[in-house]
Design a protein around this ligand. Structure first.
Ligand code: HEC
Ligand code: HEC
Ligand code: HEC
Ligand code: HEC
Ligand code: HEC
Ligand code: HEC
Ligand code: HEC
Ligand code: HEC
Ligand code: HEC
Ligand code: HEC
Ligand code: HEC
Length: 417
C-alpha cells in the first residue's frame, strides 16, 4: 500500500469511528444492530452528520430530511443512483468520486444542455459556468412547478443571479454584460413578475427570453437573443408592436438584411427595460436615435424642442413624437407622420392652433447648409460675425483697461480712479 492510500484508508476508518461514536443517533444505532434495510443508511452513517467534513475541510454532510422531501427522495431513490461509482458493498469508497450522474435517467435534459453557452464554456475550461446542480441543486431538487424549486418561475432571477448578479463572480469569470440581475431587477418586466400580490407569469424572467436548456451566447446565430432574432423573441409577447415595427422603415430594412437598422433592444435595452411613458427614458431614447442618425440629432439640438428636452423636460417633442416609434418612415412615404400630407396633423397633436404656415418651420435646421435654407445660412453667418465681433471688441477693451490699471498702480500715483 502506498503511503497516501494508507493515509486515506486510515482517515476513512477514523471517520467511520467518529460516526459510530455519535451513536446516540438512532440511525447509526439501528445500523449496528442489523444490516440497514435502507441502503442509504450506510452512506448516512458518515454523511448524515450535518457538520461532517472531508479531508480538505469541505462539507460532506447531507441533510437526510431535506433529501427525503426532494423529488428524488420522495421516490426513495438510492444515493448510488446518482453517485454511481460508489457501492454500499464496497465501503469505504475512494476519496475522489466522479460528479453525480443525471444522464441515466434524464437523457434529453443532458443532451439539450450539451449545446448551451454554459456547457460550451465548461468545455473550454470555464469551471464557473452553470451545470445541472447550479440551477437545480443536488439533494434538494424539486419539481419546477413547486414554488420552492430553484427553477420555479418566481425563483429564476435569483438562481441565475447567483452568478450573473454576483459582482465577485462577474468580475472573476468574467461574465459578459456585467451584473445583469441588477439591471433586470428594476425593469418594468421584473416589477410585473414580482407583482404586489401575485406573480405575473405573462411578464418575462431570464428563461423566458433565453430558454433554460437552450441558452445560447448572443453571438450564436440561432440564439433567441442574437440580434436578428430579437424582434421575434420580444414579439412573442408584444405582437402588436412587432407587427407595426415590421411594416416601418426599420423593420423593413432588417428584413432585407440591413443589420444597421435597429432592433427592439437598441431603443429599449434588453434588461433594464422601462415603461415607455417614463420621461427619463423618453429623453434617453433620443440619444439612441442619435447614435445612428447623428446629423439629425445635431440639428434637433439646435431647435427649441431639442434644447428643452436636453434640459430634461419631457413635454416638448422628441424624435418619436414627430416620427412615431415603431413605424418610422421616410418623409417621402405618404404614410409617414412627417410626410407633407401628414406633417401638420403631427404638429397639431401638441400645437392645436397650428395653421399651414406653421410647418414651414424647419425641425432639422442646418445653418451651414446654404441649399437647405438660404435665410438661415446668412442669419447664422451674421450671428457668428456679431458674436466674434462682440468678444473681440470687449476682449480688447478689457485688456487695455487692465493695462491701464496696472500701470497706474505700479507708477505709484495710482489710487484707482
Ligand atoms: C466510512 C464513512 C463513509 C461512508 C460509509 C460513506 N462515505 Fe462518502 N465520504 C466519506 C468521507 C470521509 C468523504 C470525504 C473524502 C475527502 O474528500 O476527503 C466522503 C466523500 C463522499 C463524496 C464526495 C466525493 C468528492 O469527490 O468530493 C460523495 C459523493 C460520497 N462520499 C458519497 C457516498 C455515498 C453515496 C455513500 C454510500 C454508498 C458514502 N459516501 C458512504 C466517508 C464515507
Ligand atoms: C439526484 C441525484 C443525487 C442523489 C440521489 C444523491 N446525491 Fe449526493 N450529490 C448530488 C450532486 C448533484 C452533488 C454535487 C456535486 C456533484 O455533482 O457530484 C452531490 C454531492 C454529494 C456530496 C458531496 C458534498 C456536497 O454536498 O456537495 C456528498 C457527500 C453526497 N452527495 C452524498 C450523498 C448521499 C449520502 C446521498 C443519499 C442520501 C446522496 N448524495 C444522494 C446528487 C445526488
Ligand atoms: C435514477 C434515475 C434518476 C437520476 C439518476 C436522476 N433523476 Fe431527476 N428525476 C428522476 C425521476 C423519475 C423524476 C420524476 C420525473 C417526473 O415525475 O416527471 C425526476 C425529477 C427531476 C426533476 C424535476 C423535474 C420536474 O418535473 O420539474 C429535476 C429538476 C431533476 N430530476 C434533476 C435531476 C438532476 C440534476 C440529476 C443529477 C444530479 C438527476 N435528476 C438524477 C430520475 C432521476
Ligand atoms: C442554467 C440553468 C439550468 C441548467 C444548467 C440545467 N437546467 Fe434543468 N431546468 C432549468 C429550468 C429553468 C427548468 C424549468 C423548465 C424550463 O423553464 O424550461 C429546467 C427543467 C429541467 C427538468 C424538467 C423537465 C424538462 O426537461 O423540462 C429536468 C429533468 C432538468 N431540468 C434536468 C437538468 C439536468 C440533468 C441538467 C444538467 C445536464 C440541467 N437540467 C441543467 C434550468 C437549468
Ligand atoms: C426581455 C428579455 C430578456 C430578459 C428577461 C433577460 N434577458 Fe438577457 N438578454 C436579452 C437580450 C435581447 C440580450 C442580447 C442583447 C444585449 O446584450 O443587449 C441579452 C443578453 C444577455 C447576456 C449576454 C450579455 C452580453 O453582453 O454578452 C447575458 C449573460 C444575459 N442576457 C443574462 C440574463 C439573465 C441572467 C437574466 C435574468 C436576470 C436575463 N438575461 C433576462 C434579453 C433578455
Ligand atoms: C454557476 C454560475 C452561473 C449560473 C447559475 C448561471 N450562469 Fe449563465 N453563465 C455563466 C458563465 C461562467 C458563463 C460563460 C461566460 C463566458 O462565455 O465566458 C455564462 C454564460 C451565459 C450566457 C451567454 C452569454 C453570451 O452571450 O456569451 C447567457 C445568456 C447566460 N449565461 C444566461 C444565464 C441564465 C438565464 C441563467 C439562469 C437560468 C444562468 N445563466 C445561470 C455562469 C452562470
Ligand atoms: C427606434 C427605436 C425603437 C425600436 C427599434 C423599438 N421601439 Fe418600442 N418604443 C419606442 C418608443 C420611442 C416608444 C414610446 C412611444 C410613445 O411614447 O408613444 C416605444 C414604445 C414601446 C412599447 C410600449 C407600448 C407602446 O406602443 O407605446 C412597447 C411594448 C414596445 N415599444 C416594444 C417594442 C418591441 C417589442 C420592439 C421590437 C419589435 C420595439 N419596441 C422596437 C422606440 C422603439
Ligand atoms: C414573456 C412575455 C414577454 C417578453 C418575451 C417580453 N415582454 Fe415586454 N412586457 C411583457 C408584459 C406582460 C409587459 C407589461 C404590459 C403592460 O403592463 O402593459 C411588458 C412591458 C414592456 C414594456 C413597457 C410597456 C409600456 O406600456 O410602456 C416594454 C417597452 C417592453 N415590454 C419591451 C420588451 C422588449 C424590448 C422585449 C424583448 C427584449 C420584451 N419586452 C420581451 C411581456 C413580455
Ligand atoms: C441602430 C441604428 C438606428 C437607430 C437606433 C435608429 N435608426 Fe432610424 N434608421 C436606421 C437605418 C439603418 C435606417 C434606414 C436608412 C435607409 O433607408 O437606408 C433608418 C431609417 C429611419 C428613418 C427613415 C428615413 C430614411 O432615411 O430611411 C427615420 C425617419 C428614422 N430612421 C428615424 C429614427 C428615429 C426617430 C429613431 C429613434 C426613435 C431611430 N431612427 C433609431 C438606423 C437606426
Ligand atoms: C418637431 C418634429 C420633429 C422632431 C422633434 C424630429 N424630427 Fe426628424 N423630421 C421631421 C420632419 C418634418 C422631417 C422631414 C423634413 C426634413 O427632412 O427636414 C424630418 C426628417 C428626418 C429624417 C430624414 C427622413 C427622410 O425621409 O430623409 C430623419 C432620419 C429624422 N428626421 C430623424 C430624426 C431624429 C433622429 C430626431 C431626434 C433626434 C428627429 N428626427 C426629431 C420632424 C421632426
Ligand atoms: C409632443 C408635442 C409636440 C409636437 C409633436 C410638436 N411640438 Fe413644437 N413644441 C412643443 C412644446 C411643448 C413647445 C413649447 C412652447 C409651446 O408651448 O408652444 C414647442 C415649441 C415649438 C416651437 C417654438 C416655440 C413657439 O411656439 O414659437 C416651434 C416653432 C414648434 N414647436 C414647432 C413645431 C412643429 C413645426 C411641429 C411639427 C413638425 C411641432 N412643433 C411638433 C411640443 C410639440
Amino acid at each position: 500500500m502506498k503511503p497516501a492510500a494508507l493515509l486515506r484508508a486510515l482517515f476513512l476508518v477514523l471517520a467511520l469511528g467518529l460516526a459510530s461514536a455519535a451513536s446516540a443517533k438512532p440511525t447509526a444505532a439501528a445500523a449496528k444492530e442489523a444490516p440497514a434495510a435502507d441502503p442509504n443508511e450506510s452512506c448516512l452513517m458518515c454523511h448524515g452528520d450535518a457538520s461532517a467534513k472531508g479531508a480538505g475541510g469541505q462539507s460532506i454532510g447531507v441533510d437526510a430530511a431535506v433529501f427525503a422531501k426532494s423529488v428524488h427522495g420522495e421516490m426513495q431513490f438510492k444515493c448510488t443512483d446518482c453517485h454511481a461509482d460508489v457501492s454500499v458493498d464496497q465501503l469505504p469508497h475512494a476519496e475522489k468520486l466522479a460528479p453525480a450522474a443525471c444522464v441515466s435517467c434524464h437523457e434529453d435534459a443532458v443532451k439539450n444542455y450539451q449545446g448551451t453557452a454554459h456547457a460550451m464554456a465548461r468545455e473550454k475550461g470555464q469551471g464557473m459556468a452553470a451545470t445541472c446542480h447550479d440551477c437545480h441543486g443536488s439533494h434538494d431538487i424539486k419539481r419546477s412547478a413547486d414554488p420552492a424549486s430553484r427553477t420555479n418561475f418566481v425563483n429564476i432571477e435569483s438562481t441565475c443571479g447567483a452568478c450573473h448578479g454576483n459582482d465577485k463572480i462577474v468580475a472573476q469569470a468574467p461574465l459578459p454584460g456585467g451584473n445583469i440581475q441588477a439591471k433586470y431587477h428594476d425593469s418594468i418586466h421584473n416589477q410585473l413578475v414580482e407583482g404586489k400580490t401575485v406573480y405575473n407569469r405573462a411578464a418575462p424572467t431570464c428563461t423566458s427570453c433565453h430558454g433554460a436548456h437552450s441558452i445560447q451566447p448572443k453571438s450564436a446565430p440561432d440564439s433567441r437573443v442574437a440580434r436578428a432574432n430579437i424582434p421575434a423573441t420580444c414579439g412573442g409577447c408584444h405582437q402588436r408592436e412587432k407587427t407595426v415595427f415590421d411594416k416601418g422603415r426599420h423593420g423593413a430594412q432588417l428584413q432585407t438584411g440591413n443589420t444597421a437598422a435597429p432592433v427592439c433592444s437598441d431603443c429599449h435595452g434588453a434588461h433594464a427595460i422601462q415603461r415607455a411613458s417614463t420621461p427619463a427614458w423618453q429623453n434617453e431614447v433620443v440619444g439612441a436615435c442619435g447614435n445612428c442618425h447623428d446629423d439629425f440629432i445635431t440639428s434637433f439640438r439646435h431647435t427649441y424642442h431639442g434644447k428643452v428636452s436636453t434640459m430634461g423636460f419631457g413635454k416638448v417633442a422628441t424624435c418619436a413624437s414627430c416620427h412615431g416609434a415603431h413605424d418610422v418612415r421616410p418623409a417621402s412615404d405618404p404614410l409617414s407622420t412627417v410626410s407633407p400630407e401628414n406633417r401638420l396633423q403631427t404638429c397639431r397633436n401638441c400645437h392645436p392652433q397650428a395653421g399651414p404656415q406653421f410647418v414651414s418651420w424647419d425641425p432639422h435646421p442646418r445653418p451651414k447648409d446654404k441649399e437647405r435654407d438660404l435665410i438661415l445660412y446668412y442669419t447664422n453667418i451674421f450671428m457668428e460675425v456679431l458674436l466674434v465681433g462682440v468678444f473681440l471688441f470687449f476682449g480688447l477693451h478689457t485688456v487695455m483697461w487692465a493695462y491701464r490699471s496696472l500701470k497706474n498702480k505700479f507708477s505709484g500715483g495710482g489710487k484707482g480712479h
